[in-house]
Design a protein around this ligand. Structure first.
Ligand SMILES: Nc1ncnc2c1ncn2[C@@H]1O[C@H](C[S@+](CC[C@H]([NH3+])C(=O)[O-])CC(=O)[O-])[C@@H](O)[C@H]1O
Ligand SMILES: O=C(O)C(=O)Cc1ccccc1
Length: 247
């Protein structure tokens, strides 16, 4: 994947535009997400391990909001269950183009990878096939809040017995002190990863209209309302967490 450093918000901008997954972001995305999301490499690597426990024979594994395919590749490497394949979906044309290149390149480097299909499309309009694993790795937070329950209900309907949804998100906290502490620590994490105060401030203003985090309680309630029977957090680093939701 591209090794370009993220300098998108390094210069002062007269007006900060809303964040979009365009060409410029795609070029620096691996660096951006690693330096911005505490625990991201651990989550991605372990998603493959988790998925291997839930994969059912002859079923589909979905990576929804696949970006450059990091999760798809982890699923393909770890799952050995008979007849499984991965479907990666993203609505950014720039992401999808680079994702296909990356995954094709991996085919020649590893043997025994699950087959994969990369679809350019809106996950809200997707016709789900019977699935054993669905990964929403930092994608639900970009879906309009009023669409979230419908999407999760449709995922729940497509999940096979023994399968799971794995949902990773940035969290907000209903307790103001907890929210402020973990937000400050996230800023410290970004600073330690080389982002300036200007970059941090401009990025925050770029994402505030397009990315709306929920609290852990809101996630749990909504997942139960969507028909999931059990919600188990398996990872948290600062204000970023990942949950397993069982059908
Ligand atoms: N309605 C939608 N339909 C399809 N894709 C969408 C939609 N809305 C947003 N996206 C896509 O969801 C992805 C979110 S990034 C996921 C990281 C990845 N999972 C990773 O583990 O590397 C998260 C982040 O950057 O913080 C982007 O590629 C969007 O184009
Ligand atoms: O950078 C942030 O503050 C985030 O919350 C995470 C993020 C990572 C990549 C794109 C958009 C948001």
């Amino acid at each position: 994947m591209s090794q370009d450093p993220d300098r998108i918000f390094a210069q002062p901008l007269a007006q900060v535009p809303d964040f979009a997954f365009n060409e410029d972001v795609v070029r620096v995305f691996p660096d951006m997400i690693k330096r911005s999301v505490p625990g991201y490499p651990t989550i991605v690597e372990n998603l493959g391990v988790l998925a291997a426990q839930f994969a059912q024979p002859n079923s589909v594994l979905y990576d929804l909001g696949s970006s450059l395919g990091a999760v798809t590749q982890a699923l393909r490497r770890h799952v050995r269950t008979e007849g499984c394949s991965v479907i990666a979906v993203d609505n950014s044309a720039a992401m999808v183009e680079r994702c296909r290149e990356y995954l094709n390149g991996q085919n020649s480097m590893f043997q025994e990878l699950l087959p994969v299909e990369v679809i350019e499309g809106d996950i809200l309009a997707l016709e789900f096939q019977p699935a054993s694993v669905v990964a929403l790795n930092f994608t639900l937070q970009f879906i309009a809040p009023h669409e979230r329950l419908t999407l999760l209900s449709r995922i729940r309907q497509s999940l096979l017995p023994g399968g799971a949804l794995i949902l990773s998100e940035k969290l907000r906290f209903s307790d103001p002190q907890e929210h402020e502490l973990l937000t400050d620590l996230h800023i410290a994490f970004k600073r330690a990863n080389g982002y300036s105060d200007l970059e941090i401030a401009q990025k925050r203003s770029a994402i505030e209209n397009v990315m709306k985090p929920d609290s852990l309680e809101e996630h749990r309630e909504r997942l139960l309302a969507a028909g999931f029977s059990k919600v188990v957090p398996w990872f948290q680093c600062l204000n970023f967490a990942s949950l397993i939701a069982l059908p």
